[in-house]
Design a protein around this ligand. Structure first.
Ligand SMILES: [Zn+2]
Length: 190
């Protein structure tokens, strides 16, 4: 799973496909994502920045994206990161996967801060489900690159109940009941 934020967890608030927005039926051409733990938006795939701008002229439909960054990926596809509060890359710049592109925001045609993440084929027009690239299912929900066990241990460590989460992480398989026990403890104190 690839998360285009500087954190391990993300919320998918609006999937790819047909939807109704403000009473209007439309085709949602990307994923709406919100980082959990960080609002810093990072490149999902490395490539070259072909656009980093905001269009304010409303006769150009691109105004809806607000502050956006478009990257031509090493795979030839185009990656759009829209509604940003601020951008931290410039046109023609080369970026690697994980490099910061800007900060999530609410610019353009947007109702609440989120990242509109869109993937297009090399023709620059045909969109595809971001699931293909990110591995995040095309369904509203919260997704994480961390296992439940890892998140549980982190929570218990934060509360001072587990002192060496790394130790227990490595010993995940010593007893099949360990992950259940840790999970129950985490649920109980949460
Ligand atoms: Zn969107």
């Amino acid at each position: 799973m690839i998360i285009p934020f500087a954190c391990d967890t993300v919320k998918l608030t609006s999937p790819y496909g047909n939807r109704t927005l403000n009473g209007k039926k439309q085709f949602h051409s990307g994923y709406d994502l919100v980082g959990v733990g960080s609002y810093d938006v990072v490149a999902a795939v490395g490539g070259t920045v072909v656009r980093s701008r905001i269009v304010t002229d409303k006769s150009n439909a691109t105004w809806q994206w607000g502050n956006y960054v478009c990257i031509k990926g090493e795979d030839g596809r185009y990656y759009y990161y829209c509604h940003l509060k601020s951008r931290s890359v410039a046109q023609n710049q080369t970026v690697r996967a994980g490099d910061k592109l800007g900060v999530m925001g609410n610019t353009g045609y947007s109702f609440g801060a989120h990242l509109h993440f869109e993937v297009r084929e090399s023709d620059g027009k045909t969109t595809l489900s971001p699931e293909t690239v990110l591995g995040i299912p095309n369904k509203t929900g919260k997704y994480s690159t961390k296992s439940q066990y890892e998140s549980d241990l982190e929570l218990l460590a934060k509360r001072g109940i587990v002192l060496s989460p790394g130790y227990w992480l490595k010993r995940k398989n010593i007893d099949p009941y360990l992950t259940v026990l840790i999970h129950n403890m985490a649920e109980y104190i949460n």
